[in-house]
Design a protein around this ligand. Structure first.
Ligand code: A2P
Length: 279
């Protein structure tokens, strides 16, 4: 007979590999791939729990057991809602409570994720429009990495403009890789077509052609001239902003000056904002 002799021999399904110290009410997922871009930036992919649902653009609490207790930080989910895996784009802070450990993860390691995703950078929080601007600095590109790979974005908008500003050109690589992935993707390439425009700029690297803070480029009108589009217009244009607190404040002021109103899940309007969390 195969029945275990003692109660302790029973192991809950899926719990066989759960390392010690992991709370019961969180997902414990397996790292599948890690890519380091610079000394301060990396991305990783991990398994997606069965039954975990989210809207493209939302964030989740990601964590690791450090010592004997878990530490969590908010991370935008960078993969689209249809993806079988989850992707995250992270900064590495040398003495950061979470990222100093997270930057060392390898395929096969366990990463924790709290069960409920949330966030305002979702298509549902915007009223219908023609052109969607996604304004990002640094790791603020992560929620847009999700949205630009979601077919629903292109069902709702004729034109999608992703701006990404970093200090140096090496920090733009994740964005370039995303564009290439979409171009080479079996079904996304057809859905996206020429609707998606990427507008990368740097502020502290003279070696690159596109220079300047996005706020200055909006104010001077250079962004619109370069893209060949009219200036911001509430009837047609929608915006999403993700970056540092200061960048959000300054970009929001420019959108409001152009007549756009901030929205939320409960009250969709013309633009939405979210802080790029791990700084
Ligand atoms: P700058 O180099 O002129 O400060 P950080 O690494 O400090 O978060 O900055 C990421 C990018 O965001 C940098 O290119 C930085 O430009 C830019 N940035 C910082 N603050 C603002 C702001 N208030 N408005 C627009 N861009 C900003």
């Amino acid at each position: 007979m195969n029945a275990p002799a003692k109660t302790e021999d029973f192991v809950a399904p899926g719990a066989e590999n759960k390392p010690a110290g992991i709370p019961d009410n969180v997902y414990a997922e397996t790292v599948l791939a890690v890519e380091h871009y610079t000394d301060f930036l990396f991305r990783f992919r991990m398994t997606r729990p069965a039954g975990f649902r989210f809207r493209s653009g939302e964030f989740a609490m990601i964590g690791l057991v450090v010592g004997d207790k878990p530490i969590y930080r908010a991370y935008s989910i960078a993969s689209p809602s249809w993806d079988e895996e989850l992707e995250f784009f992270s900064i590495k802070v040398p003495d950061g409570p979470l990222t100093s450990h997270l930057q060392k993860i390898k395929p096969g390691d366990t990463v924790l994720m709290r069960k409920k995703p949330t966030g305002t950078l979702v298509l549902d929080a915007l009223t219908p429009g023609k052109r969607l601007y996604m304004f990002s600095t640094g790791t603020g590109i992560a929620p847009f990495a999700s949205l630009i790979r979601d077919p629903e974005t292109y069902e709702k908008f004729d034109e999608v403009i992703l701006t990404h500003t970093c200090r140096e050109v090496a920090e733009l690589k994740y964005g370039f890789d995303l564009m290439e992935e979409i171009r080479n993707h079996e079904f996304l390439s057809e859905i996206v077509g020429d609707k998606l425009k990427h507008y990368p700029t740097v502020t502290r690297d003279p070696s690159y052609s596109n220079q300047g803070r996005i706020t200055d480029l909006i104010e001077s009108g250079k962004l619109f001239t370069d893209l060949g589009v009219p200036p911001l217009e509430p009837a047609t244009d929608r915006g999403m902003i993700c970056g540092s607190t200061e960048m959000l404040k300054d970009t929001k002021a420019l959108l409001e000056a152009a007549g756009l109103t901030e929205g939320a899940n409960s009250q969709p309007a013309e633009f939405v904002i979210e802080r790029a969390f791990v700084g």
